[in-house]
Design a binder for this molecule. Sequence first.
Ligand code: SF4
Length: 454
Amino acid sequence: MSIKGTDIVKKLPEGGKKNCRECGLPTCFAFAMKLASGGISLDKCPYISPQVKAELADALAPPINLVTIGHGENALQIGNEEVLYRHEKTFIHQPGIALLVSDEETEASIERKINKVRELRFDRVGLTLKADLLALYFESGDKSKFEALVRRAYEATDLGVVLISDDLDALFEARDIYASRKPLIYPITEENIDRAIPRIKQSPTPVGVRAETVEQLVPLTLKLKEAGIEEIVLDPGSGNLREAIAAQTLLRRAALKQKFRPLGYPTIALPCFMTKGELKEFVAASVFIIKYAGIIVISNADQYSLLPLLVQRLNIYTDPRMPLAVEEKVYEINEPNEQSPVLLTTNWSLTYFIVSSETEASKVPSWLCVKNSEGLGVVTAWAAGKFSADTIEPFIKRCGIEAKVNHRRLVIPGKVARIRGELEEAMSGWEVIVGPREASDIPAFLPELVKKWK
Ligand code: SF4
């Protein structure tokens, strides 16, 4: 936010002294502070004049607009970034990775790429890493071929798309096929913008704007904004990686440091057109993850090239203030039944992955109860009071494990053996068993435990 609560309050009714409480807050000052932190919407105060409302809405708008491409669970959001460097706070919306498919490619190649982008998924630290978009490229000069490609992608997958065509008619015909799924249409340029605007307005969708330089983007975005088109993605038209890094940095600085609204949009980078050779292209793509692309279009991918890119993206866009955590719930491992052992651990991703993979390796069907510890490991969570008897007891009740098993035996991590007594006291009817200190001992521990029970 580029305006402080103390500045907002002066603009509120009666200079911020009306204090009528209709917004649900005790004072105008409280409303102003909440508004500045994004915790309440402007509409909650019915007395702000339309002019002040417009002024405040502009001042409160994020310095880089949010753009959504695609629909439903595959929708990709880019923009809304607030910092130049990740360590200042966090990067917010990770860039979408798009796989380029040209209508010049063979049937088999098109088929393979569409399948790839659907199927290349990697589970890591409780998340699914995957490419996000298809970039459908009109290269052949034959409109019917491009239309066939667009229809084929539309039917095969509901992933979002970037539609790339220098032919405006072909571009809007493709947009019409994808109209219900918010495609990004690209490129809108100085040459075609006047013809494009009325057609964009017929069925609004995000727009990729291309110019030769950063400066030349400005009149284009102003024109689009004037026409009411605000979901804009910028391409400063860089010819090589060095120029591209400079342009991307300039755009980010202009938006965040100078608060220059006409450049306050996310960007698209196209290493697929910028370099030759897969290795160079992936090096360029990895640079754009850091500097500062919203969408990165690559021409090809397999698991060996895509996975490192996705892991890099995960690392750069993970909030450094928050430990990686998995969802608090009961996880099923090796198809457990009502007699299977119940294990307990915390929700730090690393803890979860080590414990779950060792439990899986034991081949013993088990229930793994993962308690929310705000992403802390077992010992740290215990020391911080987030993995103690009085927090575990209500978790075991609410997680539903009692309905899944016909016994009351809970295996706790060996590193918190000391809570066994207090846990048994708190959890009436449960026997608490101390498990191994190291997860690597689980494959030996669990079969023995089950044998003993039998
Ligand atoms: S509704 Fe408006 S005028 Fe009333 S207290 Fe809230 S901010 Fe102030």
